[in-house]
Write a protein that binds this ligand. Sequence first.
Ligand code: ZN
Length: 167
Amino acid sequence: MSLLPILRFPDPRLKKIATRVERVDETMRRLARDMAETMYEAPGIGLAATQVDVHKRLIVIDASETRDQLLTLINPEILALDGLQVCEEGCLSVPGIYDKVGRAEHVVVRYLDLDEQEQTVEAWGLLAVCLQHEIDHLEGRVFVEHLSQLKQVRIKNKLAKQAKITA
Ligand code: ZN
């Protein structure tokens, strides 16, 4: 297993739209394992393949407090969205930035697991937020794009300063 480098906003590669996974093969399974390891190490509660510069529809999530409820979702599709919740979000691609985003309260998502079996997950609260956040990444959207233009400019400036300090 290995840790994967995570793209940082506003890297233009975060805007790429991921394509469907046609076959769940060993390469895909290895990628899923490496993504999970990278997410736990960061630490984060979700990671989309887009964030590690692989533009395939694959996400890993663990929103549990015990960090032992790993979900690997291939070709996730939102079947239902309802209600509204406002939650403070962060993102491994936007380090150090947290802000409130409005999302659906309840979601139902269909996906393929690592054995290429169709599964459905129904979620509320944090897991529902996380599913929407990660599926957004596959569509080339980062959570800060839900914020005002002014906030987005401030975030870009702040991250550019951070990059200079660490460079
Ligand atoms: Zn994210």
